[in-house]
Write a protein that binds this ligand. Sequence first.
Ligand code: BYC
Length: 333
Amino acid sequence: MYTQSLNTAVQRDGAEEDPQKLAAFQAKIDREEKIEPNDWMPAAYRKTLIRQISQHAHSEIVGMLPEGNWITRAPSLKRKAALLAKVQDEGGHGLYLYSAAETLGISREEMVEQLHTGKAKYSSIFNYPTLNWADVGAVGWLVDGAAIMNQIPLCRCSYGPYARAMIRICKEESFHQRQGYELLLTMMKGSEDQRQMVQDAVNRLWWPALMMFGPSDKDSVNTADSMRWKIKRFTNDELRQKFVDATVPQAEVLGITLPDPDLRFDEESGHYVYGEPNWEEFYNSIKGNGICNKQRLKDRVKAHTDGAWVREAALAYARKERERREAGKQAAE
Ligand code: BYC
């Protein structure tokens, strides 16, 4: 059991909250002060944070799979080194996030169990396959690009451990996005076949990238609470719009088209207007019926089972070190 213990009793979900405590909690958030693990917090705040942070951690860990597939097939040593570093970073992000979630009173084992049994969600984007090398670039450019747009505001999240974890994650995501874009720029300077591979990858990943921001605001069940508690600083649609506005000019520089016949710049609002994502496809994917859901979970469970000896060895080493330290202390007394 890895959970870091809390000094405060955890409020049962659904139990009535003390109105004075609630008011003081909201006032603290409104003053932009951070909520820390041992501070009083409403059960619903704790629950939604555990939900979001653990889903975020799962996304990082499952997100290692589609790109990990390409490490052995990278076309050069430089590309292999960059991709290895990126996939390793995602593993690190998962670990910071699991640790942040543990400060809320859930154990690592429980979170892993929720992922492996399909009870917990992870980002819909990882249920799409990476079919060719250009997909590695498109994932970096679009998927990490969307992730940064969503995650920069999380550095100002009201919950201290999550906000602090996000600072380093965002720095690394920024490198990921650039390596993806640079990879695509290089391919666009190559042969006609390479240019077509880039266009094909973008055609397949554009809409799934837009879905990463979650359902449209009118269907988002969690946004209102999360905005009031300053976990989220922007709504799903606001972030999606920011992403479209930032990404369309980058597509022009790249020399590719985006697969949306409704996409146009609106002079009056100063924003790009875009078409409606296929929400049926989105809900299908988050219910576990996307193209790769079953494969991803199977691979994840296998990796966890295969890694059992590493966890056992690390625990045995830690136990031995502790025993040695204690024996040394006793000998010195
Ligand atoms: N995929 O009420 P809503 C990465 C769920 S990894 C799956 O709007 P909320 C990377 C949502 O959970 C990036 N499920 O929810 C890694 C909710 O269901 P529950 C991951 C989704 O929380 C490796 C329901 O739909 N980033 O960058 O207010 C390689 C209704 O939604 C999705 C994060 O996790 C989705 N796309 O807003 C490369 C960021 N969207 O929980 C890159 C942190 C929604 O009620 N998370 N759902 O059963 C967030 O910012 C928010 O949780 C979301 C959703 C914007 C995703």
